[in-house]
Design a protein around this ligand. Structure first.
Ligand code: SF4
Length: 310
């Protein structure tokens, strides 16, 4: 097996030769974040894919993110280093199930969290991310009822923030749903001055104890501008790497999961991506993510509506 420095040197050489850009989500391992050209949340990475003029986009994230890049950038080669990198939220709402839900609610607007398949986006009126979900819902006519999918925790939080009664699909993130409230109480008792940061995919009991709720980029920005020196972080612990790098004098404590061993909740899909698989992607141009053109053009419309709100 290649030593990591050799792998990184070969990635750098191929990145130049292929005119490739490497995008990594905040939930990736630190070594992936460090080799990427852009690191960010779902919205930032979708925008980076669109802005880039690279011929090849290597997406170090999960399948729906690479699909989103393929929808936005049909002329580029979009690669996912491991095809098994999925998402429990995207799996929770298959397109035929959404089609049936829509048919039962013909007057509702469909707001889809970006964590869904291209086929689901194609059936949606507008897409949102955790960065802009409140703004997206507020952009809809106030008297229009809304179907919100697939994450019920994010949907409940958006309903509270907007005062709108959203109909929620019952999907959840396997990572954010499993943070431990007793572990949070323990950490807060031991660090009474700590601020609690939580992603809106967390359960209501975790969000109720948070000082700030927001997307990963919002949690990072809050931690940097806050006067506090200690933070309990209720989202995938990959975000701790950019937090510690940007604020090395502050303390970031990941919130453990509900298991008896109180292990940290890493996303098993995100963590499938490795430097070695990223190198193989650049060498072989696999695994290419393509979206059938009819689905792509239909999915582009709700994505463009979201991007136009930024
Ligand atoms: S952390 Fe949750 S929402 Fe994000 S990719 Fe993993 S399973 Fe999906």
């Amino acid at each position: 097996m290649d030593s990591p420095p050799d792998v990184l040197a070969r990635i750098d050489r191929l990145r130049r030769e292929r005119n490739a850009v490497i995008l990594a989500h905040y939930y990736q391992e630190p070594d992936i974040q460090d080799l990427a050209d852009h690191v960010g949340d779902s919205l930032q990475l979708a925008q980076a894919a669109r802005r880039s003029d690279a011929e090849v986009i290597v997406f170090c994230g999960v399948h729906f993110m690479a699909e989103t890049a393929a929808i936005l950038c049909p002329e580029r080669i979009v690669l996912l280093p491991d095809l098994a990198a999925g998402c429990s939220l995207a799996d929770a709402c298959p397109a035929p199930a959404l089609a049936a839900w829509k048919a039962a609610h013909p007057h509702h607007a469909v707001v889809s969290y970006i964590n869904c398949t291209a086929a689901v986006k194609a059936l949606s009126d507008i897409v949102c991310t955790s960065s802009n979900a409140v703004r997206v819902v507020e952009s809809l006519p106030p008297d229009r009822p809304v179907l919100f999918l697939p994450d019920r925790h994010l949907g409940r939080w958006v309903a509270e923030r907007t005062g709108r009664p959203l109909d929620l699909w019952p999907g959840t993130c396997i990572v954010h749903e499993a943070f431990s409230e007793p572990a949070l109480l323990d950490l807060v008792a031991r660090h009474p001055d700590a601020k609690v940061l939580a992603h809106p995919e967390c359960t209501a009991s975790i969000l109720a104890r948070a000082d700030h709720v927001g997307s990963t980029s919002s949690l990072l920005a809050y931690a940097l501008r806050s006067d506090a020196s200690t933070f309990v972080v209720a989202t995938e612990p990959g975000i701790l790497h950019p937090m510690r790098r940007a604020a090395p004098d502050k303390t970031f404590l990941p919130l453990p999961g509900v298991g008896a061993d109180r292990a940290f909740n890493v996303c098993p899909h995100m963590r499938l991506i490795t430097p070695e698989k990223t190198l193989r992607s650049l060498e072989t141009l696999e695994f290419r993510i393509e979206v059938p053109e009819a689905v792509r053009t239909a999915a582009l419309v709700p994505l463009e509506r979201m991007l136009a709100l930024q």
